[in-house]
Ligand binder design. Structure first.
Ligand code: HEC
Length: 336
């Protein structure tokens, strides 16, 4: 058995069932608390060289840690016990043991991050008519027809809320918050007809949207929602269930809509999004909506999200404040 095979066996023993991903490895904490400062997240290297793939055995690493090595200072048993160092070595070995185990029931076999999660980095876009109306609707001037994205029938509005939605629809050109250049909220930002970029790190997923420079920082570090507060885009906390990124968003200010047709919610909105990569080029996007102030039960939307494939593609600028200022200051009768 080679050294590397030995490490793989060791790490497999530490990992337990193959479905446990490297980030949950018992040595991950020791690594993050002490070694990550210099060797970078997931052993990818920072001010010190990368440690993945790990070309050393545990005894050698232990000696380096205790005695120091060149620029690396010695680390005492008070900071990390021998067992903790060995566990950190197991973690590094697990990170290097690519490809990561596939989650049960997953059909995804595309690229993965060093932590073993599907690599979602890149530019994505929804291609449908949900931004105009999430329900099935006919075409109108400037509005493409759509089959709707709401699953299992219509939106379960309470009686008063169904009337409110109709009033919103009648006043949509004045009342739609997006027409006043407010942030679209979640999930509307996802299916605006603009691209967005996903940036994935071991403990955050950041989504930057071309529309109005909107940004979401989705914390995947296990931290809870903050104390009561309200945000246009809510507060997003994520975790991975197998290959699915599950994002829980609350703390909305209640002033956003779901679309340009007046479908709405209150500040009690609770959104759970599930991003599941099916291929490297498309995600299944499922959203569960809960809002006991407005709906009689939770309901879901579902649609694909597509990877944009153009060479050299980047997010451009859509600054709607600028357009509103221009139209306010344009001389009477000027061409728009
Ligand atoms: C204060 C920064 C720092 C910390 C903390 C640190 N290292 Fe290092 N480590 C370094 C530097 C710098 C080097 C490269 C030294 C050189 O080549 O001169 C290094 C090198 C190494 C090497 C390679 C030795 C070789 O033979 O090439 C190993 C293995 C290693 N570190 C493991 C660890 C582990 C495990 C931890 C956590 C328990 C850790 N290090 C914590 C800075 C650090």
């Amino acid at each position: 058995m080679t050294l590397r095979q030995g490490l793989l066996v060791l790490s497999a023993a530490l990992l337990g069932p193959a479905s446990v991903v490297a980030q949950d490895h018992p040595g991950a904490t020791a690594y993050r608390e002490v070694c990550q400062l210099c060797h970078g997240a997931a052993g990818r290297g920072d001010i010190a060289p990368p440690l993945v793939p790990l070309g050393f055995d545990a005894d050698y690493v232990l000696a380096v840690v205790r005695e120091g090595y060149g620029q690396m200072p010695p680390i005492s048993t008070r900071e990390l016990s021998d067992d903790q160092v060995r566990q950190a070595v197991g973690y590094l070995a697990a990170l290097g043991a690519a490809p990561a185990p596939q989650a049960a029931g997953s059909s995804y076999d595309g690229p993965r991050t060093p932590e073993g999660q599907p690599d979602l980095n890149g530019i994505w876009q929804v291609v449908n008519a949900a931004a105009w109306d999430i329900r099935p609707h006919n075409a109108q001037d400037g509005v493409p027809a759509g089959l709707g994205v709401v699953e299992n029938g219509g939106i379960p509005y309470q009686a008063w809320a169904a009337e409110q939605q109709e009033a919103n629809y009648a006043n949509r050109f004045e009342a739609d918050p997006v027409r006043q250049c407010f942030l679209p909220g979640v999930p509307r930002i996802t299916y605006m007809p603009f691209p967005f970029r996903i940036l994935q790190t071991p403990d955050h997923v950041v989504i930057t949207y071309e529309f109005a420079h909107a940004t979401r920082i989705i914390y995947t570090d296990g931290s809870p929602h903050p104390l009561p507060n309200d945000f246009w885009m809510g507060d997003s906390r994520g975790h991975w269930e197998g290959d699915t990124l599950v994002v829980d968003t609350t703390h909305f200010n209640g002033r956003t809509w779901f679309d340009a047709a007046g479908n709405f919610h209150s500040d009690a909105l609770h959104v759970v999004e599930r991003y599941t990569p099916l291929t490297p080029y498309h995600l299944d996007y499922e959203v569960t909506i809960e809002d006991p102030n407005v709906f009689t039960r939770p309901w879901t939307m579902r649609m694909p999200i597509y990877r944009r494939m153009e060479d050299g593609l980047r997010l451009l600028d859509y600054d709607c404040v600028d357009f509103i200022l221009q139209s306010m200051t344009a001389p009477e009768g000027a061409a728009r």
